[in-house]
Design a protein around this ligand. Sequence first.
Ligand SMILES: NC(=O)c1ccc[n+]([C@@H]2O[C@H](COP(=O)([O-])OP(=O)(O)OC[C@H]3O[C@@H](n4cnc5c(N)ncnc54)[C@H](OP(=O)(O)O)[C@@H]3O)[C@@H](O)[C@H]2O)c1
Length: 336
Amino acid sequence: MVAPKCHGDPVMRARGWSVVEYCKLGRTGLDVSVLMLGAWSYGRAAWEGERPIEDEESIRTIQAALDAGINWIDTAAGYGDGHSERVVGEAVKGRRDEVLLASKAMGTPEVIHQTIDKCLKNMGIDCVDLYQLHYPARGVPVADQVGAMVELQEAGKIRFIGVSNFSLEEHQEAVETARVETSQPPFNVFWRQYENDVLPLCIEHDISVIPYSPLAQGLLAGRFRKVEDVPEDIRARNKLMAPGILEDCVAVVARLEEIAQAHGRTVAQAAIAWTLQTPGITAPIIGCRRPEQLADNLGGVGWRLGDAEYREIAEAGEVISAKLDLSDNMWGWRPI
Ligand SMILES: NC(=O)c1ccc[n+]([C@@H]2O[C@H](COP(=O)([O-])OP(=O)(O)OC[C@H]3O[C@@H](n4cnc5c(N)ncnc54)[C@H](OP(=O)(O)O)[C@@H]3O)[C@@H](O)[C@H]2O)c1
């Protein structure tokens, strides 16, 4: 049986110059676009290698996403120590009713309580729609971390709870403590860590899966063909861009590009379509620095790779994923 890719039948709606698909957010009954905008780079720290990030350009990109019908945005306290939250808050001023705002915290219950207060201040809002545990904090029971999120919900500071970078066991503990609406794992053609355990659990519990780095930070958009192309920013630490792995990834990207061209699409669009076709995936979080990247990535929605094409790329990506050290995150560290 093919699992539903999102919970409820997706519907297409024309919006301005684009057409975006929508589906249900967990069990909330709310409609969310099947693409979420990622705001990590707008925090500037970690992404300044190639050229500086301009807040004005970040704001234009966020507003273009809203114009195109994307109706949720993912940020975090840790993205530039609140800078990304401030930029997102600024960009959605006057349009708050058009968008669900998601942010993240991590740590002990005390730290989580402090972090939400800063988040609300940074974004200039009274309540954040989706608050996520960014990483499970080592040495703190999952029930205590999720319990702190429930307290924030009861205090009216957040609407819904999400988790990120949680293992199967951590998900199991989380769902015993509270209703969890979203899970945010790393996931793309090459990084398949949670495909066979977390994704089925999310399907079972109607948890929307919003995978991060669907374009492998630009690699699946065809940006990097050799190690020297990788910018001296966060990407320089990405395990997929290490010598010996990057070359294998580039060969798969070249094949994906051929498939994309046969459909009249770009390789970034094919990578997004592939992600959306994976059972259990609700909405990839796309990191767009500029409106032009956003315009390209919107074309990842509303079409499908053929089943054989999907499987060919899935199998080629799995071979690479099996070679990776998955013990820490994509960049080789555990932030907490
Ligand atoms: N929960 C977590 O631990 C976690 C971790 C990572 C990310 N995230 C979330 O997920 C979001 C997305 O992840 P991500 O930014 O790592 O990865 P991504 O979406 O895979 O890649 C984003 C980068 O790819 C390049 N790109 C995007 N579209 C392109 C296009 N059409 N053509 C050419 N290049 C394109 C851009 O690179 P340039 O900047 O070089 O232009 C962009 O910054 C983040 O913003 C964040 O919200 C969460």
